[in-house]
Design a protein. Structure first.
Ligand code: PEP
Length: 250
């Protein structure tokens, strides 16, 4: 039985003070409840302070991006070592906003995945199709290509430290959610891909989160699907109450 993993991607929201308030609300509401794993991904500017507050709680810390070099002339980027030095266990890689707004391509995402894993960060690797691609009926081949390129050169052992987040782009921040059946269909495709290209054991173990307008009122039906092992939450993680109520629905 795979334990569910709920992650909150705060995106470019919450200054330091607001970050401290939000994470304090999450910790207070959660208590020692660890029915599922909980990860918060604040902006870089809040990582260190949020880490101080979640120490000795079940909540884990993730960053929203990383670069694949150790150091040097890469203005505006941060390294795996920097993220680890402020307490990150996880990093989100390949988010559709990085792909579409910042032009990140599969080969860069693959380099980031490999670098993060080599340096002992766990990766939340995001994939998903656009509305046009869904309407064209090519969702599975888009997802397959993202998996093939993003996971190139990664071993079955390293895969233990990857969570895949299936996030249909048309459902992110739009209020449109994939139906539980639509999401389940793609999750099952992803799990089969992992079983066939890594091992049956890897396919059985891999955590596949759904992301795209998950809210307290739709979380339970999505999370009850057999291949949906958690959720990556954007908008609904910005208030402790709604994030906690999604966690409760696992
Ligand atoms: C996301 O950006 O990862 C996301 C799922 O956002 P939202 O929940 O707001 O759709």
């Amino acid at each position: 039985m795979r334990k569910k993993v709920i992650a909150g991607n705060w995106k470019m929201n919450k200054d330091l003070n607001e970050s401290q308030n939000l994470v304090s609300g999450i910790i207070d509401g959660l208590g020692n409840d660890n029915k599922c794993d909980v990860i918060v991904c604040p902006p870089f500017t809040s990582l260190s302070e949020v880490h101080s507050l979640i120490k000795n709680t079940p909540v884990k810390l993730g960053a929203q991006n990383v670069y694949h070099e150790n150091d040097g002339a890469f203005t505006g980027e941060v390294s795996t070592g920097m993220l680890k030095s402020v307490g990150c266990d996880y990093v989100i890689i390949g988010h559709s906003e990085r792909r579409t707004i910042f032009g990140e391509k599969d080969d860069l995402i693959n380099k980031k995945n490999k670098k993060a894993l080599a340096d002992d960060l766990k990766v939340i690797f995001c994939i998903g199709e656009s509305l046009a691609q869904r309407e064209e009926g090519i969702t599975n081949s888009v997802v397959e290509k993202q998996l093939h390129k993003g996971l190139d050169g990664i071993s079955s052992e390293e895969l233990n430290n990857i969570i895949i987040a299936y996030e249909p782009i048309w459902a992110i921040g739009t209020g449109k959610t994939a139906t539980p059946e639509q999401a389940q269909e793609v999750h099952s495709f992803i799990r089969n891909y992992i079983s066939q290209n890594f091992s049956k054991e890897s396919g059985g173990k891999i955590i596949i989160q759904y992301g795209g307008s998950v809210k307290p009122d739709n979380a339970a039906s999505l999370l009850s699907q057999p291949d949906i092992d958690g959720a990556l939450i954007g908008g609904a993680c910005l208030k402790a109450d709604s994030f906690l109520s999604i966690i409760a629905s696992t």
